[in-house]
Design a protein around this ligand. Sequence first.
Ligand SMILES: [Fe+2]
Ligand SMILES: [Fe+2]
Length: 137
Amino acid sequence: MNIQWNENYSSGINLLDLQHKELVKNINNFLCLDIKKKKITECKKLIKLVDQFIKVHFKDEEDIMKKIKYDDIKTHEKRHNMLKAELNLFKSQFKRKPLDKIVVLEFSSFLSSWLNDHLYTEDMKLIKYIRENYINV
Ligand SMILES: [Fe+2]
Ligand SMILES: [Fe+2]
């Protein structure tokens, strides 16, 4: 399932909005990955990029939540940690054995629906909080 960016995702915080747009783009690229046609090294590079980008974004978003003293930070951080654990598990599979096409396809669809859901729920709650409290970050 492709993720579509729309203005409802906009928080007014530049860093957050730019990262969310970039995240949607990266995930969609990952989802379009045709592992049958592409080289394994290319797939691994894309997986590494998505993994690094997500971790940087989560860290930056958590810093913003701390800075504005967001009241639901614990729940939000817990969700981030759950996905980071899934990403680490997914990556560790390729250390032990060669890249499995089915695993990559399944994981890309899991990642896409997870992030779509996260953007609509936890991130939207945070965005609403920022908007309602007119916070300048
Ligand atoms: Fe988040
Ligand atoms: Fe986010």
